[in-house]
Design a binder for this molecule. Sequence first.
Ligand code: KIV
Length: 279
Amino acid sequence: MSEIDEQLSPVGGSVKKITTNVLLQMKQNGEKISMLTAYDYSLARLVDLAGIDVILVGDSASNVMAGHETTLPITLDQMIYHASSVIRATSRSLVVVDLPFGSYQGNSKEALTSSIRIMKEAGAHAVKLEGGREVKESIDRILTAGIPVMGHLGLTPQSIYKFGTYAVRAREEEERDRLLEDAKILEETGVFGIVLEKIPAELAGEVARSISIPVIGIGAGNQVDGQVLVLHDMLGINKEFSPRFLRRYADLHDAIIESITNYITDVKLKDFPNEKEQY
Ligand code: KIV
């Protein structure tokens, strides 16, 4: 851990392994929590090395890795495959894995069975699932097996066909009040943290102040306890997706295309491999 890391991260920077207790301590100390997605060994290794607090093996793998339009098609087996690759790459970050659509909504026993598979077969540290009061019973049951659970409220992409749009959620009073209540219910049930997706910043701040567990935002402003982004979006690999909340930290789309076109040119011109690059 470098000196700058220690300064940036007074709590998280001094620990060898991030746990749910460390995240709670970070909230209590006012230290922001950093979280990014990863779905494969090579990128997860870089994310962990860079010092991220939490890696989310998100069901956004359905879009980013498999090219589906929604998160709905990804299966539990596929999530376990991605999660086990990420786990092999990780030494410091807490790895949270999404329960995919269809693996927990049936009943609480199904939710527990799916969570146990994720913990046992992938070696994950925690699971995340979408929803409020309607998944309370499932969360209760997963927690009885000693599995840490993270909640996800606001825009919940697994319900996209109910919402009909990826627009900002909870602008109206009724939905706003329900979200505040759901956050309380999740806290009381025992989740260690909640992701809030695409809701007004002021509401997200109110949620973060009203509960004692960490609240991590995506498109939810800066009054929350931490931020999460999809790695491929923030690295600029994919140019088509550019919501207002996304900050791009690199332009890998152009960098990768340029490298590949240079390679093609070198091959066609018989410049690659040269004498030093052969046996
Ligand atoms: O699947 C995912 O990447 C997520 C984030 C958007 C929070 O759930």
